[in-house]
Each structure stands twice: as structure tokens, then as C-alpha cells.
Design a protein around this ligand. Structure first.
Ligand SMILES: Nc1ncnc2c1ncn2[C@@H]1O[C@H](COP(=O)(O)OP(=O)(O)OP(=O)(O)O)[C@@H](O)[C@H]1O
Ligand SMILES: [Mg+2]
Length: 259
């Protein structure tokens, strides 16, 4: 059984009187794409914000590589290798790919100047590794496509040693071709042993890429299933009805992908 990159246990979070998530368990494994599905308001974003240090949970435990951790800020989450990519991507629009990759972590020459040459070289290696081509490394990112921007955000996470990449509705605003490109990137990251969490309210965004999916409804886990053991229709019925399909057990927590 492979060691999970992250284990979330009994996580609950309320906002005022609203139980955004209640007693949720999920595991994230290396080299695996985990889909998090559910209607609008099901609690998907809240759950991953607990893991990425945006909200402290009211209850529950998080283990990273087997160690119990407290994650109180996004900085702490990043230091533990958890990177989150939101739809707006948090890229600096008026800077180019190189500047965005090294934003806040710039390289300097021994004379204290920005080492543009080294940063450009590293950017090129990163883009090659991700099989990504940009018109120019020096184009402002505001002039790049959604898919290209997504790739830079992913590249930055990988370059700075992310172990887990969480993508919240990554393809919501992308066309079919760019969506396919993001899919290729996700498959590439998998081969490097990263754990990827793909979040969507739309099963079609997630099912084909995911190894497992967890469905949330009203803040609770409906079930976690391996995509190789199920069908889109079954998962769709979990999302719509908020329960496992007839004749199927509700798995307690995540299933080990290697078992
Ligand atoms: N900061 C907040 N303050 C108050 N309530 C919140 C906050 N964030 C989320 N909620 C509530 O918690 C519940 C879960 O919201 P969440 O954003 O996690 O859902 P989601 O599954 O990501 O939905 P979507 O698919 O629309 O992104 C909702 O009822 C929402 O209104
Ligand atoms: Mg959301």
C-alpha cells in the first residue's frame, strides 16, 4: 500500500450556521488524479481551502507524508508542498512568463542584479519538461491564452517542488483545445509522481482524467470510487441523488489505488 501524500480525517468547517463541510475524509496518493465532484455549494472549495491553509478547520486532522501537521497559512501549505491553482491563477498580468515563474523568488547575480539569463534558462527547461511552447518567454502573460497561463501556474508549482497540486475548476473558462492541453499537463504531472486534485461541479471535466473520484453533497462525502470500477452514469447519480448507486457499498474513506 503506497503512503498517501495527504490524509484528511474528520474535517468539518462551518460558516455561521452553515455546515460547509462535515466529517470529511479524503486521501491523496502520489501519481494519482483525484476528482472532487459535487453540486455548487457542496463544499468542494472549502475542503481544499482547509488543505491549502486558507481556512483552519473547526475539527479534524491532516497528515502530510504520514506526519500530523497544522496548516494555518497558505505559506505553510506551500512549504509542505501543497500548491493550489485557482481559476484566476494569481499570475501578474503585466509580467512575462520568466518573471511570473520567479515572482517573489528571483535569482540574483553575485553583484546583486537580477540574473535574467539564469531565470530565462530555467524557464526554458521548465517549459520543455512540460512540453509547452510559448510564442515568446518575454510576452506579457495578459496576452497569453488561458491554457498557456494555466501551464505557467502549474510550471511554477512544479518547479518549486509541489507534491500536491490542487486545481479548482481549472478548465471552466477554457475552450476545448486548451482544456485538452491542461489534460495533457495533468497526465504529465502524474508521471512525475505528483498527486493532483481536480475540482469541478461538472463530471465531464474530471471523469476521464481521474483515477478516483470523491462526490460531496451538502458538505458530506457521498462516496469515493475508482473510475475504473464505475461509470459516468453511476457517478452522476451519486452527484444528483446524494447517495451511492443501489447495490454498492459506501466506502468508508479513500481506497488505496494500488490495492
Ligand atoms: N467564506 C464563506 N463565508 C460564508 N459561507 C461560505 C464561505 N465559503 C463557502 N461558504 C458556504 O459553504 C458552502 C460550501 O461552499 P463551497 O464554496 O465550498 O462550495 P463548492 O462545492 O466549491 O461550490 P461551487 O461548485 O459553486 O464552487 C456553501 O453553502 C457556501 O455558501
Ligand atoms: Mg468552489
Amino acid at each position: 500500500m503506497s503512503q498517501p501524500l495527504a490524509e484528511l480525517r474528520h474535517i468539518s468547517k462551518t460558516f455561521g450556521g452553515v455546515h460547509a463541510i462535515e466529517d470529511v475524509d479524503i486521501d491523496i496518493f502520489p501519481g494519482e488524479v483525484m476528482g472532487l465532484l459535487g453540486h455548487n455549494g457542496a463544499g468542494k472549495s472549502t475542503l481544499i481551502k482547509v488543505l491549502s491553509g486558507v481556512y483552519p478547520p473547526d475539527h479534524g486532522e491532516i497528515r502530510i507524508a504520514g506526519q500530523a501537521v497544522r496548516i494555518e497559512t497558505t505559506r505553510e501549505a506551500k512549504a509542505l508542498g501543497v500548491e493550489t491553482i485557482y481559476q484566476d491563477l494569481a499570475l501578474a498580468e503585466n509580467l512575462d512568463a520568466v518573471a511570473n515563474l520567479f515572482l517573489g523568488r528571483e535569482r540574483h547575480t553575485r553583484f546583486g542584479f537580477l540574473d535574467e539569463e539564469a531565470m530565462e534558462h530555467e524557464t526554458r527547461i521548465m517549459l520543455d519538461r512540460m512540453k509547452l511552447r510559448l510564442p515568446s518567454l518575454r510576452t506579457e502573460v495578459s496576452r497569453l491564452s488561458g491554457g498557456q497561463r494555466q501551464a505557467i501556474a502549474i510550471g511554477r508549482a512544479v518547479y518549486f517542488d509541489a507534491k500536491i497540486i490542487i486545481m479548482d475548476e481549472p478548465t471552466a473558462a477554457l475552450g476545448p483545445e486548451e482544456t485538452e492541453k491542461v489534460g495533457e499537463l495533468v497526465r504529465e504531472l502524474k508521471t512525475h509522481g505528483l498527486g493532483i486534485v481536480l475540482i469541478s461541479h461538472d463530471i465531464h471535466d474530471v471523469f476521464d482524467l481521474a483515477d478516483r473520484v470523491t462526490v460531496l453533497s451538502h458538505g458530506r462525502v457521498v462516496g469515493t470510487v475508482r473510475t475504473s470500477d464505475t461509470t459516468k452514469d453511476e457517478v452522476l447519480s451519486m452527484i444528483i441523488l446524494g447517495r451511492m448507486p443501489n447495490g454498492r457499498d459506501q466506502p468508508g474513506t479513500a481506497i488505496d489505488p494500488a490495492s
